[in-house]
Design a protein around this ligand. Sequence first.
Ligand code: GUN
Length: 282
Amino acid sequence: MQLIDGKSLANKIQEGVAESVEALKREKNIVPGLAVILIGDDPASHAYVKMKAKACEKVGFYSITHHMPDTISQDEIIATIKMMNDNPRIDGILVQLPLPKHIDTDKILEVIDPKKDVDGFHPYNVGRLVTGLDGFVACTPLGVMKMFDAYDIDLEGKDVCVVGASNIVGKPMASLLLNANATVTITHIYTKDLKTHTLAADIVVVGVGVPGLIKADMVKEGAIVIDIGINRIEDGSLVGDVDFPEVSKKCSHITPVPGGVGPMTIAMLLENTLKSAKKRDA
Ligand code: GUN
């Protein structure tokens, strides 16, 4: 069994980004800028935003966080996004999800300038991904693809089961895998028999937020298992959606939680923001 070390891969990517930032500053006098919009007091969202801001600082980005109370109106959020769309120092805009219930998430995401949509959530970029065109791709699934690449995992013709069909993870993940010529099955909460699908797969990618959902009897011997879940359980520790101690005995490759996909998400956010900054004024 080989552990897919997302943490060290992400560190390597961050070093590369930092070098590119230096070059961009030197050659074009451009400092990549990321604006993060954080609404409300959800502790997990706060923790993620803090990690993102820290990573930006580490690679030499300019970053600002707009923290708003959860009583904020939709119009005020939209006005802030429009301000960031027009701000020439900002290359990427990220609205941390989930948003409070009175806010229409789809409407908010559509206000972001697709050229600054470093989360890849705007329908324009989602459409480009599905079509196989270049654009911004959601950070978590993009990070998973980088892991496959770094570990020489060939996807062509492989049976891949994606567990979870969210707009943030499952759907873009399935599109990327399909674009890489894998045979993709997407399962979700209405799937009749999850085990039939996971057991048949060469690769299982799971991101649903259910601790330990994927058990050893649900994956075939030698499978590759990617765990996107990050769940805080009662004892305060972080676990994924996979029963790691048991499943790891059966598979050829597996990602740990923490230290697997999580750090890759942040590394991809940095890469996407750098990509946008390189196109500034273009
Ligand atoms: N909430 C959970 N994952 C993400 C993500 O990748 N981006 C944003 N903006 N919010 C999230």
